[in-house]
Design a protein around this ligand. Structure first.
Ligand SMILES: CC(=O)SCCNC(=O)CCNC(=O)[C@H](O)C(C)(C)COP(=O)(O)OP(=O)(O)OC[C@H]1O[C@@H](n2cnc3c(N)ncnc32)[C@H](O)[C@@H]1OP(=O)(O)O
Ligand SMILES: CC(=O)C(=O)O
Length: 540
């Protein structure tokens, strides 16, 4: 099998993204995760850059990594210094790693305008910096910054830079599309020309995503013989980001037959992607290929009908190969197949054209046209399904409610709710205060219900999300807009999400709250029934 080395730079170029910042502890956790995934190299940072990176290199030696080698990154030595008195090169050695990568200028405008030196002097910088580092490390890589832009304008000079890097004894010459503006056909053609000039050089690729081509460019470079691919998890990186390893690795491994990760480790890809976004405190990108939540989510009725017969009809790979999973969504684009699939998840084996299925589908489409959304609010959907099938009890009826907000000068607002609830033949009338109107309503409802249903004491609200629907009708826009409220609740064993929709935020919250309480009671009944059936069967 062909092999390619994966060089992860999430901890260096990834942190050059405007919204990515890692502490030392974050970097260590990410490095451990990347090692578990099985990448070959983890670029830990630029030790001369900041105290976090410096400390990372001190700390990471205490962790035994199974697969990956830690690399330190820096530049060629400063124009005003020599290699042996350059603080940046010294700090690379002080980092104590066995693998160092330095970047050097290879585009003539950068040499003249950014470095403010001569083309000849820059060639010396490249060779002397590498020769100085060579005896001190096991592996030495040269990142040829702006290589493709340089090549298009002054081919001879970029090639001269690569030759100097070979004289400096770099193991791999990593060709960088630093500005991310090169197209796949240019990458192919330029690499072919480089290989004619330097047939024995080991090449690598480092692509940026400014033209949304970084993954394609990296893959083409590998097809043209690059033995090392640099990139980041989730494509984090400077400007529009770096080449996304979460796409490059599965494409190379599953489609082009390259071994990138140790056997079976590809299934860790989705969890690694989520882990890194969690540590970076960034929302995960649902539409991200391979590892995103939506990567194998099917919504349209035609799609669902087909994937239920054979997943290959709308899935380019088996989601499990990358640790992801198929999801069937409920929406107004749903057909009967979506409903049948979901019903089966809840233990109902219904048939197409069953009157219940048609009724549920019609109800679902009507509710979704009003703004209800069941993709996330699966508890509300399960209740709806059971109600249509006549399987859910009416635990209580909220006859009426009132919520009052009072704000006196300088004092925090006071929220107060009263409710009138019917449980069987009993009418309960209670009042409660709360930290805000929804909390007050929640407290009043529980106060009325807990004496009938003590299990409600175990549940609590975890999250509350409000989404405003904008309307083109000016009378229904701005503060007059419709809102959708999603409430996440939990008890010691489960978490569930319910939905409510209204022009009035309190009313939308009331619906989601009521569904949440009903769901808890419904589940508690189901658990009691399962237990009773088990005991009865054991008695026989
Ligand atoms: C393409 C890339 O992504 S390369 C990586 C880019 N990453 C970063 O820049 C993040 C880390 N950087 C840093 O912390 C700082 O920039 C440091 C510590 C490296 C340098 O800080 P300072 O000394 O204050 O310099 P400053 O950041 O203002 O400018 C960069 C200097 O490096 C020089 N430089 C840039 N590339 C190279 C190179 N390959 N070789 C030698 N010097 C270089 C620039 O000419 C400039 O020098 P000047 O100040 O004499 O004009
Ligand atoms: C080295 C590097 O990060 C680049 O050229 O983009």
């Amino acid at each position: 099998m062909k092999t390619v080395k994966i060089y992860d730079t999430t901890l260096r170029d990834g942190t050059q993204a405007e919204d990515v910042n890692f502490s030392v502890e974050d970097k260590i956790r990410v490095a451990q995760k990347l090692d578990e995934l099985g990448v070959h190299y983890i670029e830990g940072g630029w030790p001369a850059s900041n105290p976090t990176d410096e400390r990372f290199f001190k700390e990471i030696h205490h962790y035994a990594l199974k697969n990956a080698k830690i690399t330190a990154f820096g530049s060629t030595h400063a124009v005003s210094k020599n290699a042996d008195n350059d603080p940046n090169l010294k700090s690379l050695i002080a980092s104590g790693v066995d693998v160092i990568t330095i970047f050097g200028k290879t585009w003539d405008i950068h040499v003249k305008e950014a470095l403010k030196t001569t083309l000849e002097k820059n060639l010396e910088l490249i060779k002397n910096s590498l020769l100085f580092l060579r005896p001190k490390v096991k592996e030495l890589f040269f990142d040829a910054e702006h290589f493709f832009d340089g090549f298009k304008e002054n081919k001879e000079y970029t090639l001269a830079c690569l030759k100097k890097a070979l004289e400096g004894k770099a193991d791999v010459l990593v060709l960088c599309d630093t500005n991310g503006g090169t197209t796949p056909s240019e990458i192919r053609q330029i690499i072919r020309e480089v290989k004619k000039e330097l047939p024995h050089a080991n090449l690598g690729i480092h692509a940026h995503n400014d033209s949304e081509l970084a993954v394609a460019n990296s893959i083409i470079a590998v097809e043209e013989g690059a033995i090392q691919v640099q990139g980041t998890i989730n494509g984090y990186g400077e400007r529009c980001g770096n080449a996304n390893l979460c796409s490059i690795i599965p494409n190379l491994q599953l489609k082009l037959g390259y071994a990138c990760l140790p056997e079976d480790n590809l299934r860790l890809l989705t969890s690694t992607s989520l882990f890194v976004s969690e540590v970076a405190n960034l929302p995960s990108f649902h539409r991200q290929p391979f590892v995103g939540k939506s990567a194998f989510a099917h919504k349209g009725g035609v799609h669902v009908s087909a994937v239920r017969k054979n997943p290959r009809t709308y899935e380019h790979i088996k989601p499990e190969l990358v640790g992801n999973k198929q999801r069937i969504l409920l929406s107004d684009l749903a057909g009967q197949s979506n409903i049948l699939f979901k019903a089966r998840q809840y233990g109902f084996h219904l048939d197409k054209n069953d009157p219940f299925v048609l009724e549920l589908l019609a109800k679902l489409k009507e509710l979704e046209s009003q703004g209800y959304e069941y993709t996330a609010a699966e508890a509300s959907f399960e209740l709806l399904l059971n109600r249509v099938l006549g399987r859910a009890r009416t635990y209580f009826t909220l006859e009426n409610y009132r919520v009052l907000e009072t704000k006196r000068k300088k004092e925090e607002p006071i929220s107060e709710a009263t409710v009138m609830v019917r449980v069987g033949g009993m009418l309960e009338h209670t009042a409660a205060t709360g930290k805000g109107p929804v909390n007050a309503l929640d407290n009043a409802l529980r106060k009325a219900l807990e004496k009938f249903y003590p299990c409600l004491k175990e549940m609590h609200l975890i999250d509350f999300k409000v989404r405003v629907f904008s309307s083109l009708n000016r009378d229904l826009a701005g503060t007059a807009s419709k809102v959708r409220v999603l409430i996440e609740s939990g008890d010691p064993k489960h978490r569930w999400i319910t939905v409510g929709v209204s022009f009035n935020i309190i009313e939308a919250s009331r619906q989601a709250l009521e569904d949440s309480l009903n769901y808890k009671l419904f589940k508690s009944d189901q658990e009691k029934l399962t237990k009773a059936l088990k005991e009865a069967s054991e008695g026989f």
